[in-house]
Design a protein around this ligand. Structure first.
Ligand code: HEC
Length: 136
């Protein structure tokens, strides 16, 4: 093979590889739109600065645990109990029942957006990585 044939072959392989990676690996997960309740919960979450002590996807303060998947790990009743009463290290915000409902709805919404920390990787033969246990 002369140099031209080698370069042409490499170029074709590069194009095939690129098309594969940029089409197969980029499908966005389907996420249900936020309900009015969870939107209200998001506002309360911001107003009470829960992120000062908690994280979503590892970002936030580090006094309390990451809340991304609290709902699927422990259930809504568990989260509700913390938000209703607080603990020795988490303040009780004296929230009304509707506000607690909204915060729990927000945590349920966030729980469905993905998993943190990422685990169970699925590595495709061409190098792209996706999460095997993605809820979508
Ligand atoms: C001053 C820091 C602080 C703030 C502000 C705070 N939390 Fe917490 N939170 C904690 C700590 C610390 C824990 C762990 C408590 C324990 O185990 O006793 C916790 C636990 C929790 C849990 C249980 C999580 C799990 O997986 O075990 C939930 C749910 C929760 N907080 C929700 C909230 C919400 C919602 C807000 C805002 C309204 C909030 N927190 C504000 C410190 C805080």
């Amino acid at each position: 093979m002369n140099n031209r044939a080698i370069i042409a072959t490499l170029f074709v392989l590069f194009v095939v590889y690129s098309v594969n990676v940029y089409t197969a690996g980029t499908a966005a997960p389907h996420i249900e739109p936020m309900s009015d309740d969870s939107r209200k919960g998001q506002q309360l979450f911001q107003a009470h600065n829960c992120i000062a002590c908690h994280q979503f996807y590892g970002l936030g303060g580090y006094m309390g645990p990451d809340l991304t998947n609290t709902i699927s790990k422990h259930g809504s009743a568990y989260a509700r109990a913390f938000i209703t009463s607080g603990t020795r290290s988490m303040p009780n915000f004296d929230l009304a029942k509707e506000e607690i409902d909204a915060l729990v709805a927000y945590l349920e919404f966030v729980d469905k957006t993905g998993r943190y920390p990422a685990e169970n990787y699925d590595v495709k033969w061409y190098g792209a990585v996706s999460q095997a246990d993605d809820p979508q």
